[in-house]
Design a binder for this molecule. Structure first.
Ligand code: NAD
Length: 392
Protein backbone atom coordinates (compact mmCIF):
# COMPACT_ATOMS: atom_id res chain seq x y z
CA UNK A 1 0.00 0.00 0.00
CA UNK A 2 1.27 3.51 -0.84
CA UNK A 3 2.53 5.46 2.19
CA UNK A 4 0.33 8.38 1.26
CA UNK A 5 -2.15 9.48 -1.41
CA UNK A 6 -2.29 13.03 -2.76
CA UNK A 7 -5.77 14.27 -3.58
CA UNK A 8 -7.13 17.04 -5.82
CA UNK A 9 -10.63 18.22 -6.71
CA UNK A 10 -11.31 19.86 -10.07
CA UNK A 11 -14.23 22.26 -9.72
CA UNK A 12 -14.80 24.37 -6.63
CA UNK A 13 -18.51 24.86 -7.22
CA UNK A 14 -21.53 23.49 -5.36
CA UNK A 15 -20.59 19.80 -5.52
CA UNK A 16 -16.81 20.39 -5.72
CA UNK A 17 -16.88 21.71 -2.17
CA UNK A 18 -18.66 18.53 -1.06
CA UNK A 19 -15.87 16.43 -2.61
CA UNK A 20 -13.21 18.65 -1.02
CA UNK A 21 -14.79 18.25 2.40
CA UNK A 22 -15.32 14.52 1.85
CA UNK A 23 -11.62 13.76 1.29
CA UNK A 24 -10.96 15.64 4.52
CA UNK A 25 -13.33 13.45 6.52
CA UNK A 26 -12.73 10.13 4.70
CA UNK A 27 -9.93 9.03 7.04
CA UNK A 28 -12.06 9.79 10.08
CA UNK A 29 -14.80 7.32 9.05
CA UNK A 30 -14.54 3.80 10.47
CA UNK A 31 -11.28 2.31 11.77
CA UNK A 32 -8.08 3.85 10.47
CA UNK A 33 -7.01 1.69 7.51
CA UNK A 34 -6.19 4.30 4.88
CA UNK A 35 -2.68 5.58 4.20
CA UNK A 36 -2.04 9.25 4.93
CA UNK A 37 -4.33 11.38 2.72
CA UNK A 38 -2.64 14.58 1.56
CA UNK A 39 -5.06 17.34 0.54
CA UNK A 40 -3.05 18.88 -2.29
CA UNK A 41 -4.99 21.03 -4.73
CA UNK A 42 -8.35 22.50 -5.70
CA UNK A 43 -8.46 23.15 -9.46
CA UNK A 44 -10.85 25.75 -10.79
CA UNK A 45 -10.54 28.11 -13.74
CA UNK A 46 -12.02 30.70 -11.40
CA UNK A 47 -8.98 31.39 -9.18
CA UNK A 48 -11.10 33.09 -6.54
CA UNK A 49 -13.40 30.06 -6.13
CA UNK A 50 -10.38 27.73 -6.13
CA UNK A 51 -8.31 29.61 -3.56
CA UNK A 52 -11.30 30.14 -1.25
CA UNK A 53 -12.12 26.43 -1.30
CA UNK A 54 -8.46 25.45 -0.81
CA UNK A 55 -8.23 27.66 2.27
CA UNK A 56 -11.60 26.61 3.63
CA UNK A 57 -10.97 22.87 3.35
CA UNK A 58 -7.25 22.91 4.14
CA UNK A 59 -5.76 22.04 0.72
CA UNK A 60 -2.12 23.02 0.10
CA UNK A 61 -2.79 25.06 -3.05
CA UNK A 62 -5.14 25.84 -5.88
CA UNK A 63 -4.52 25.41 -9.61
CA UNK A 64 -6.36 27.08 -12.46
CA UNK A 65 -6.03 24.36 -15.10
CA UNK A 66 -6.70 20.64 -15.08
CA UNK A 67 -3.45 20.17 -17.02
CA UNK A 68 -1.47 21.44 -14.01
CA UNK A 69 -3.15 18.80 -11.85
CA UNK A 70 -2.55 16.08 -14.46
CA UNK A 71 1.15 17.01 -14.52
CA UNK A 72 1.60 17.22 -10.74
CA UNK A 73 3.73 14.43 -9.23
CA UNK A 74 2.28 14.94 -5.76
CA UNK A 75 -1.31 14.12 -6.87
CA UNK A 76 -2.63 10.54 -7.21
CA UNK A 77 -6.43 10.87 -6.91
CA UNK A 78 -8.67 13.45 -8.59
CA UNK A 79 -12.39 14.21 -8.37
CA UNK A 80 -13.84 15.80 -11.52
CA UNK A 81 -16.71 18.05 -10.46
CA UNK A 82 -17.37 20.45 -13.33
CA UNK A 83 -20.09 20.89 -15.98
CA UNK A 84 -21.08 17.59 -17.63
CA UNK A 85 -19.95 18.70 -21.10
CA UNK A 86 -16.39 19.19 -19.75
CA UNK A 87 -16.04 15.76 -18.11
CA UNK A 88 -14.67 13.87 -21.12
CA UNK A 89 -11.66 16.04 -21.95
CA UNK A 90 -10.59 16.37 -18.33
CA UNK A 91 -11.17 12.73 -17.36
CA UNK A 92 -9.35 11.37 -20.43
CA UNK A 93 -6.43 13.74 -19.79
CA UNK A 94 -6.18 12.69 -16.14
CA UNK A 95 -6.38 8.97 -16.95
CA UNK A 96 -3.67 9.38 -19.60
CA UNK A 97 -1.52 10.96 -16.89
CA UNK A 98 -2.10 7.93 -14.62
CA UNK A 99 -4.40 9.62 -12.08
CA UNK A 100 -7.20 7.76 -10.34
CA UNK A 101 -10.44 9.56 -11.22
CA UNK A 102 -13.79 9.92 -9.46
CA UNK A 103 -16.10 11.68 -11.94
CA UNK A 104 -19.42 13.28 -11.06
CA UNK A 105 -22.72 12.11 -12.56
CA UNK A 106 -23.96 12.06 -15.26
CA UNK A 107 -20.84 10.69 -16.91
CA UNK A 108 -21.08 13.24 -19.74
CA UNK A 109 -23.58 15.31 -21.69
CA UNK A 110 -23.60 12.87 -24.64
CA UNK A 111 -23.77 9.10 -24.87
CA UNK A 112 -20.99 9.11 -27.44
CA UNK A 113 -18.61 10.92 -25.06
CA UNK A 114 -19.67 8.72 -22.16
CA UNK A 115 -18.86 5.56 -24.16
CA UNK A 116 -15.46 7.01 -25.12
CA UNK A 117 -14.78 7.70 -21.45
CA UNK A 118 -15.67 4.13 -20.53
CA UNK A 119 -13.25 2.90 -23.21
CA UNK A 120 -10.54 5.17 -21.80
CA UNK A 121 -11.25 3.80 -18.32
CA UNK A 122 -10.93 0.20 -19.53
CA UNK A 123 -7.56 0.96 -21.12
CA UNK A 124 -6.22 2.97 -18.19
CA UNK A 125 -3.70 1.71 -15.63
CA UNK A 126 -5.52 3.69 -12.93
CA UNK A 127 -9.05 3.42 -11.45
CA UNK A 128 -12.03 5.40 -12.83
CA UNK A 129 -15.34 5.59 -10.95
CA UNK A 130 -18.52 7.66 -11.04
CA UNK A 131 -20.14 9.39 -8.07
CA UNK A 132 -23.70 8.17 -7.71
CA UNK A 133 -23.79 9.47 -4.14
CA UNK A 134 -27.31 8.36 -3.27
CA UNK A 135 -26.24 4.71 -3.14
CA UNK A 136 -24.46 5.80 0.08
CA UNK A 137 -27.61 7.23 1.66
CA UNK A 138 -28.20 5.09 4.76
CA UNK A 139 -31.97 4.86 4.30
CA UNK A 140 -31.68 3.89 0.63
CA UNK A 141 -28.99 1.30 1.38
CA UNK A 142 -31.20 -0.08 4.16
CA UNK A 143 -34.27 -0.41 1.91
CA UNK A 144 -32.08 -2.21 -0.64
CA UNK A 145 -31.01 -4.64 2.08
CA UNK A 146 -34.67 -5.24 3.02
CA UNK A 147 -35.45 -6.07 -0.61
CA UNK A 148 -32.40 -8.25 -1.13
CA UNK A 149 -32.72 -10.23 2.11
CA UNK A 150 -36.37 -11.04 1.32
CA UNK A 151 -37.94 -9.01 4.16
CA UNK A 152 -39.87 -6.94 1.61
CA UNK A 153 -39.90 -9.61 -1.08
CA UNK A 154 -40.04 -9.06 -4.82
CA UNK A 155 -40.64 -5.53 -6.08
CA UNK A 156 -44.03 -4.91 -7.67
CA UNK A 157 -44.05 -1.17 -8.23
CA UNK A 158 -41.66 1.79 -7.80
CA UNK A 159 -42.88 5.38 -7.74
CA UNK A 160 -40.21 8.05 -7.57
CA UNK A 161 -39.78 11.75 -8.00
CA UNK A 162 -36.90 14.13 -7.70
CA UNK A 163 -38.30 17.60 -7.42
CA UNK A 164 -36.02 20.62 -7.17
CA UNK A 165 -36.82 24.31 -7.53
CA UNK A 166 -33.53 25.89 -8.52
CA UNK A 167 -35.05 27.06 -11.81
CA UNK A 168 -38.57 28.03 -10.76
CA UNK A 169 -37.78 31.74 -10.70
CA UNK A 170 -37.51 33.33 -14.17
CA UNK A 171 -34.75 35.46 -12.57
CA UNK A 172 -32.56 32.39 -11.94
CA UNK A 173 -29.49 33.16 -14.09
CA UNK A 174 -28.45 31.29 -17.20
CA UNK A 175 -25.84 28.61 -16.45
CA UNK A 176 -24.42 25.45 -18.03
CA UNK A 177 -27.38 23.50 -16.60
CA UNK A 178 -29.79 25.12 -19.11
CA UNK A 179 -27.72 24.23 -22.20
CA UNK A 180 -27.61 20.98 -24.20
CA UNK A 181 -29.84 18.60 -26.12
CA UNK A 182 -33.18 16.98 -25.16
CA UNK A 183 -32.92 15.29 -21.77
CA UNK A 184 -29.80 17.19 -20.68
CA UNK A 185 -31.80 19.39 -18.28
CA UNK A 186 -33.62 18.22 -15.15
CA UNK A 187 -33.61 14.67 -16.52
CA UNK A 188 -29.81 14.44 -16.64
CA UNK A 189 -29.23 16.60 -13.59
CA UNK A 190 -31.48 14.93 -11.02
CA UNK A 191 -33.11 12.18 -13.11
CA UNK A 192 -29.67 10.53 -13.28
CA UNK A 193 -29.78 10.11 -9.49
CA UNK A 194 -33.39 8.92 -9.37
CA UNK A 195 -33.01 6.34 -12.15
CA UNK A 196 -29.78 5.06 -10.64
CA UNK A 197 -31.50 4.66 -7.26
CA UNK A 198 -34.44 2.86 -8.88
CA UNK A 199 -32.19 0.22 -10.49
CA UNK A 200 -30.08 0.00 -7.31
CA UNK A 201 -33.27 -1.02 -5.49
CA UNK A 202 -35.39 -2.79 -8.09
CA UNK A 203 -32.97 -4.24 -10.66
CA UNK A 204 -32.67 -3.53 -14.37
CA UNK A 205 -35.18 -1.44 -16.27
CA UNK A 206 -36.18 -3.23 -19.48
CA UNK A 207 -38.14 -0.53 -21.26
CA UNK A 208 -39.21 3.10 -21.04
CA UNK A 209 -42.49 4.56 -22.26
CA UNK A 210 -44.59 7.70 -21.85
CA UNK A 211 -41.53 9.95 -21.96
CA UNK A 212 -42.30 13.65 -21.66
CA UNK A 213 -39.89 16.58 -21.56
CA UNK A 214 -41.12 20.12 -20.95
CA UNK A 215 -39.39 23.49 -20.83
CA UNK A 216 -41.49 25.70 -18.59
CA UNK A 217 -39.33 28.85 -18.72
CA UNK A 218 -37.81 29.22 -22.16
CA UNK A 219 -35.26 31.98 -21.59
CA UNK A 220 -32.96 33.05 -18.75
CA UNK A 221 -31.11 36.32 -18.02
CA UNK A 222 -27.32 36.31 -18.31
CA UNK A 223 -25.54 36.64 -14.96
CA UNK A 224 -23.35 39.67 -14.25
CA UNK A 225 -20.78 37.54 -12.37
CA UNK A 226 -19.73 33.88 -12.09
CA UNK A 227 -22.54 31.58 -10.95
CA UNK A 228 -21.87 28.81 -8.48
CA UNK A 229 -24.37 25.94 -8.37
CA UNK A 230 -27.91 27.27 -8.08
CA UNK A 231 -26.92 30.69 -6.72
CA UNK A 232 -28.91 33.72 -7.74
CA UNK A 233 -26.52 36.51 -8.70
CA UNK A 234 -27.35 39.92 -10.22
CA UNK A 235 -28.50 39.50 -13.82
CA UNK A 236 -28.41 41.62 -16.97
CA UNK A 237 -31.40 42.39 -19.19
CA UNK A 238 -29.99 40.18 -21.93
CA UNK A 239 -31.65 36.77 -22.15
CA UNK A 240 -30.54 33.49 -23.72
CA UNK A 241 -32.74 30.56 -24.75
CA UNK A 242 -33.09 27.58 -22.40
CA UNK A 243 -32.24 24.54 -24.51
CA UNK A 244 -33.39 21.65 -22.34
CA UNK A 245 -36.04 20.27 -20.00
CA UNK A 246 -37.30 21.85 -16.78
CA UNK A 247 -39.55 18.84 -16.20
CA UNK A 248 -39.50 15.20 -17.27
CA UNK A 249 -41.84 12.27 -16.66
CA UNK A 250 -41.83 8.66 -17.86
CA UNK A 251 -42.84 5.11 -17.06
CA UNK A 252 -40.57 2.10 -16.83
CA UNK A 253 -40.84 -1.67 -16.85
CA UNK A 254 -38.35 -3.45 -14.63
CA UNK A 255 -37.56 -7.12 -15.12
CA UNK A 256 -39.86 -7.39 -12.08
CA UNK A 257 -42.45 -4.69 -11.61
CA UNK A 258 -43.36 -1.31 -13.02
CA UNK A 259 -42.23 2.22 -12.27
CA UNK A 260 -43.28 5.83 -12.68
CA UNK A 261 -40.90 8.77 -12.49
CA UNK A 262 -41.14 12.54 -12.35
CA UNK A 263 -38.28 15.05 -12.10
CA UNK A 264 -38.32 18.82 -12.03
CA UNK A 265 -36.21 21.92 -11.45
CA UNK A 266 -39.26 24.21 -11.29
CA UNK A 267 -41.08 22.53 -8.37
CA UNK A 268 -41.39 25.67 -6.25
CA UNK A 269 -40.92 24.92 -2.56
CA UNK A 270 -39.08 21.63 -3.14
CA UNK A 271 -35.41 22.61 -3.08
CA UNK A 272 -34.12 19.06 -3.04
CA UNK A 273 -36.88 16.45 -2.73
CA UNK A 274 -35.80 12.98 -3.79
CA UNK A 275 -38.71 10.82 -2.68
CA UNK A 276 -39.82 7.33 -3.58
CA UNK A 277 -42.03 4.49 -2.51
CA UNK A 278 -41.29 0.91 -3.40
CA UNK A 279 -44.13 -1.59 -3.15
CA UNK A 280 -43.21 -5.23 -2.70
CA UNK A 281 -44.88 -8.60 -2.14
CA UNK A 282 -44.50 -8.45 1.63
CA UNK A 283 -44.83 -4.72 2.27
CA UNK A 284 -43.56 -1.33 1.19
CA UNK A 285 -40.92 1.26 2.04
CA UNK A 286 -40.79 5.00 1.59
CA UNK A 287 -37.84 7.43 1.59
CA UNK A 288 -37.79 11.24 1.58
CA UNK A 289 -34.46 13.06 1.29
CA UNK A 290 -35.86 15.87 3.44
CA UNK A 291 -35.99 13.41 6.36
CA UNK A 292 -32.76 11.49 5.68
CA UNK A 293 -32.42 9.94 9.12
CA UNK A 294 -35.53 7.79 8.76
CA UNK A 295 -37.49 5.59 6.41
CA UNK A 296 -41.14 4.60 6.49
CA UNK A 297 -41.74 0.86 6.49
CA UNK A 298 -44.86 -1.25 6.13
CA UNK A 299 -44.74 -5.03 6.52
CA UNK A 300 -47.86 -7.17 6.08
CA UNK A 301 -48.68 -9.04 9.27
CA UNK A 302 -51.23 -11.21 7.51
CA UNK A 303 -54.14 -9.87 9.56
CA UNK A 304 -55.86 -8.30 6.58
CA UNK A 305 -56.27 -4.96 8.38
CA UNK A 306 -52.64 -3.97 8.72
CA UNK A 307 -52.24 -1.02 6.33
CA UNK A 308 -50.02 1.92 7.20
CA UNK A 309 -46.36 2.82 7.47
CA UNK A 310 -44.35 3.02 10.67
CA UNK A 311 -41.38 5.31 11.16
CA UNK A 312 -37.98 3.59 11.40
CA UNK A 313 -35.23 5.85 12.73
CA UNK A 314 -31.88 4.85 11.27
CA UNK A 315 -29.46 4.10 14.08
CA UNK A 316 -26.18 2.22 14.43
CA UNK A 317 -27.76 -1.02 13.19
CA UNK A 318 -28.16 0.40 9.72
CA UNK A 319 -25.58 0.74 6.93
CA UNK A 320 -23.04 3.56 7.13
CA UNK A 321 -23.78 4.68 10.67
CA UNK A 322 -21.83 2.57 13.18
CA UNK A 323 -18.29 3.92 12.90
CA UNK A 324 -19.29 5.98 9.89
CA UNK A 325 -20.31 8.93 12.00
CA UNK A 326 -18.01 10.57 14.54
CA UNK A 327 -20.76 10.20 17.15
CA UNK A 328 -22.56 7.12 15.90
CA UNK A 329 -25.39 7.12 18.43
CA UNK A 330 -29.07 6.80 17.46
CA UNK A 331 -30.85 9.95 16.29
CA UNK A 332 -27.77 12.16 16.01
CA UNK A 333 -28.84 12.93 12.45
CA UNK A 334 -27.01 12.97 9.15
CA UNK A 335 -27.65 14.07 5.60
CA UNK A 336 -26.57 14.30 2.00
CA UNK A 337 -23.13 15.75 2.75
CA UNK A 338 -22.24 12.61 4.72
CA UNK A 339 -22.80 10.47 1.60
CA UNK A 340 -19.93 12.28 -0.14
CA UNK A 341 -17.69 11.24 2.77
CA UNK A 342 -18.67 7.56 2.46
CA UNK A 343 -18.12 7.77 -1.29
CA UNK A 344 -14.65 9.33 -0.89
CA UNK A 345 -13.78 6.69 1.71
CA UNK A 346 -14.83 3.85 -0.61
CA UNK A 347 -12.87 5.33 -3.51
CA UNK A 348 -9.72 5.87 -1.45
CA UNK A 349 -9.95 2.32 -0.04
CA UNK A 350 -10.09 0.92 -3.58
CA UNK A 351 -7.19 3.09 -4.77
CA UNK A 352 -5.16 2.07 -1.71
CA UNK A 353 -5.69 -1.58 -2.71
CA UNK A 354 -7.60 -2.54 0.42
CA UNK A 355 -9.59 -5.74 0.12
CA UNK A 356 -13.31 -5.60 -0.57
CA UNK A 357 -14.04 -7.74 2.47
CA UNK A 358 -13.02 -4.93 4.85
CA UNK A 359 -14.16 -2.01 2.79
CA UNK A 360 -17.33 -0.18 1.85
CA UNK A 361 -19.02 -1.26 -1.38
CA UNK A 362 -17.03 0.06 -4.31
CA UNK A 363 -18.07 3.17 -6.20
CA UNK A 364 -19.97 2.63 -9.45
CA UNK A 365 -18.00 2.03 -12.66
CA UNK A 366 -17.95 4.11 -15.82
CA UNK A 367 -19.88 1.24 -17.48
CA UNK A 368 -22.66 1.88 -14.96
CA UNK A 369 -22.41 5.55 -15.89
CA UNK A 370 -22.90 4.63 -19.56
CA UNK A 371 -25.85 2.39 -18.66
CA UNK A 372 -27.46 5.27 -16.80
CA UNK A 373 -27.01 7.55 -19.80
CA UNK A 374 -28.53 4.91 -22.11
CA UNK A 375 -31.54 4.89 -19.80
CA UNK A 376 -31.83 8.69 -19.88
CA UNK A 377 -31.38 8.54 -23.67
CA UNK A 378 -34.31 6.13 -23.87
CA UNK A 379 -36.48 8.63 -21.98
CA UNK A 380 -35.50 11.40 -24.41
CA UNK A 381 -36.17 9.10 -27.39
CA UNK A 382 -39.58 8.20 -25.99
CA UNK A 383 -40.39 11.88 -25.40
CA UNK A 384 -39.35 12.85 -28.93
CA UNK A 385 -41.62 10.08 -30.32
CA UNK A 386 -44.87 10.86 -28.51
CA UNK A 387 -44.15 8.59 -25.59
CA UNK A 388 -43.38 5.44 -27.60
CA UNK A 389 -41.97 2.41 -25.84
CA UNK A 390 -38.17 2.18 -26.06
CA UNK A 391 -36.44 -1.09 -25.18
CA UNK A 392 -33.15 -1.07 -23.28
N1 NAD B 1 -23.68 14.01 -6.63
C1 NAD B 1 -24.42 15.07 -6.40
O1 NAD B 1 -25.27 15.09 -5.52
C2 NAD B 1 -24.19 16.32 -7.24
C3 NAD B 1 -24.74 17.55 -6.83
C4 NAD B 1 -24.51 18.67 -7.61
C5 NAD B 1 -23.78 18.58 -8.78
N2 NAD B 1 -23.28 17.38 -9.17
C6 NAD B 1 -22.47 17.26 -10.40
O2 NAD B 1 -21.23 17.92 -10.17
C7 NAD B 1 -20.80 18.56 -11.37
C8 NAD B 1 -20.61 20.05 -11.09
O3 NAD B 1 -21.83 20.62 -10.66
P1 NAD B 1 -21.84 21.92 -9.72
O4 NAD B 1 -23.23 22.18 -9.35
O5 NAD B 1 -20.84 21.77 -8.64
O6 NAD B 1 -21.36 23.03 -10.77
P2 NAD B 1 -20.98 24.53 -10.45
O7 NAD B 1 -21.39 25.32 -11.64
O8 NAD B 1 -21.43 24.95 -9.10
O9 NAD B 1 -19.38 24.48 -10.37
C9 NAD B 1 -18.57 24.18 -11.46
C10 NAD B 1 -17.19 24.80 -11.22
O10 NAD B 1 -16.35 24.39 -12.30
C11 NAD B 1 -15.50 25.48 -12.61
N3 NAD B 1 -14.98 25.24 -13.95
C12 NAD B 1 -15.55 25.49 -15.15
N4 NAD B 1 -14.76 25.06 -16.15
C13 NAD B 1 -13.68 24.49 -15.58
C14 NAD B 1 -12.52 23.86 -16.08
N5 NAD B 1 -12.33 23.71 -17.38
N6 NAD B 1 -11.60 23.42 -15.19
C15 NAD B 1 -11.77 23.58 -13.86
N7 NAD B 1 -12.86 24.18 -13.33
C16 NAD B 1 -13.80 24.63 -14.18
C17 NAD B 1 -16.38 26.69 -12.46
O11 NAD B 1 -15.61 27.88 -12.27
C18 NAD B 1 -17.20 26.33 -11.21
O12 NAD B 1 -16.60 26.79 -10.02
C19 NAD B 1 -21.85 18.24 -12.43
O13 NAD B 1 -21.46 17.12 -13.16
C20 NAD B 1 -23.10 17.93 -11.60
O14 NAD B 1 -24.00 17.06 -12.27
C21 NAD B 1 -23.47 16.25 -8.41
Amino acid sequence: MAESLGVAVIGAGMAGKAHAAAYRTASTLYSPVLPEIRLVSIGDVNAEFGSLAARRFGYERNDTSWQAIAAADDIDVVSVVIANSLHREVVEGLLAAGKHVLCEKPLSDSLQDARAMADAARNASSIARIGFTFRRTPGIAYIRDLIQNGTLGNVLHFSGRYWTDYGFSPEAPMSWRYKGGPGSGALADVGSHLTYVSEFLCGDIKSISGGRLTTAIDKRPLPLSAVMGHDHVAVSDTFEAVENDDYAAFNAEFANGAGSFEVSRVAAGHANSLQFEVFCEKGAAKFDQRRPSEIQLFLHDGSGHDNGYRQVILGPGHPYIAGGLAMDAPEVGFGQNDAFGYQARAFLEEVAGLGEETSLPRCATFDEGVRNMELLGAVAESALNNGKKVML
